[in-house]
Design a protein around this ligand. Structure first.
Ligand code: DAH
Length: 342
């Protein structure tokens, strides 16, 4: 009996030191200790030799030993089961379902940047309807019916009411703000506009603009230039050059178009700037006195400047997108490229 007890102690040490590191190894362990011809069974077979008075105590020792052998087996079997869970349809090692965050649309990024630059100069954001009446879109802006300037902005009319159009520019918001807001006015109006254009890489039947308007006493062309210089430096960087060309808009007098040095070639000439080194980014001018009068503002006392820029054009200069249609196609391969603020 003494001998058997010693043997059990040795087995306990063996169990303690046994490193189970694979399912095969676990099976070897099971066969050695818990199998039908294994050590535990064998020890119970010894029972017959034990004198009656010691049987109880020996049984106790054997049961303890059996529990130790089984506990180790159960512990590692649990781990192995987790590893083989795929066979039960669960694989804890697979990566979780990816939670993909969307990105902002490039036009939203550019629009937000434009807004934040003008907000720093004290401009606030105004909005107006996309379905506009003739008065706010054209007539109030010095473009009466049959005015030839209307031709450049051929648009979509709402057939149930010929007085309604899809606005052709955000200048319509100028008219709405001037007729309803006390002076001084210092606003920008971002928004979508529509024109009856054949859709191509360079033209679309809708696009986006940001309009600016500042009306107060003593507002001058110098204020306009300084405001736009500031915008260009903030948007495109210190080194960007600016030039103004005289132009014509019915709602401003004098009027100008503003070009910046091409951000793609740095002014050397490339296909984007049509080899001129310059790219037009906006129209601007001093608010025509007729508009002020049309909208109830005393043009002898007040002056103002206005400008309107295309968001797609600015985005094109920032990101070099060569097909306007991409902005509205919802192609993730395109949209996922714009991950950070501009
Ligand atoms: N509304 C003009 C357009 O869509 C852009 C524009 C030019 C807006 C001059 C202005 C401006 O406010 O002063 O082509």
């Amino acid at each position: 009996m003494e001998q058997v007890l010693q043997q059990i102690e040795t087995y306990k040490k063996e169990i303690d030191q046994w490193v189970i590191d694979s399912p095969e190894n676990l099976e070897t362990y099971r066969i050695r200790f818990l199998g039908t011809k294994g050590i535990v069974k064998g020890l119970f077979g010894e029972m017959k030799q034990i004198p009656v008075e010691n049987k109880k105590a020996f049984g106790q020792v054997l049961n303890d030993f059996k529990q130790v052998a089984e506990a180790k087996y159960e512990q590692f079997k649990g781990l192995a089961d987790a590893e083989t869970a795929p066979s039960k349809g669960i694989d804890y090692t697979l990566p979780g379902n990816a939670f993909s965050l969307g990105t902002r649309h490039p036009l939203s990024l550019v629009r937000n940047r434009i807004i934040s630059i003008y907000q720093r100069l004290g401009f606030s954001v105004a909005e107006g309807p996309e379905i506009e009446d003739d008065w706010h879109n054209f007539s109030a802006l010095n473009m009466p019916e049959n005015h030839p300037a209307r031709d450049m902005q051929d648009t979509f009319y709402v057939h149930t009411n010929p007085d309604w159009v899809l606005r052709t520019h955000t200048s319509s918001v100028q008219a709405r703000v001037m007729e309803s807001t006390p002076l001084p006015i210092r606003i920008i109006c971002p928004g979508r506009v529509y024109r009856n254009e054949t859709v191509s890489a360079r033209a679309n039947c809708f696009f986006h603009q940001v309009e600016g308007l500042y009306v107060d006493e003593n507002v001058s062309f110098a204020d306009l230039k300084q405001t736009l210089y500031f915008f260009v430096k903030e948007m495109f960087g210190e080194g960007t050059k600016v030039r103004f060309r005289p132009s014509y808009f019915p709602f401003t007098e004098p009027s100008a178009e503003m070009d910046i040095s091409c951000t793609v070639c740095g002014g050397k000439g490339c296909s984007l700037c049509k080899h001129t080194g310059w790219v037009e980014i906006l129209g601007c001018g001093m608010v025509h006195p007729h508009l002020l009068e049309n909208l109830g503002i005393d043009s002898k006392k007040h002056t103002g400047f206005a400008f309107g820029m295309g968001v797609e054009r600015i985005s094109q200069l920032k990101y070099v997108v060569n097909d306007l249609r991409l902005y509205a196609q919802n192609d993730l391969r395109f949209l996922q490229q714009f991950t950070s603020e501009v």
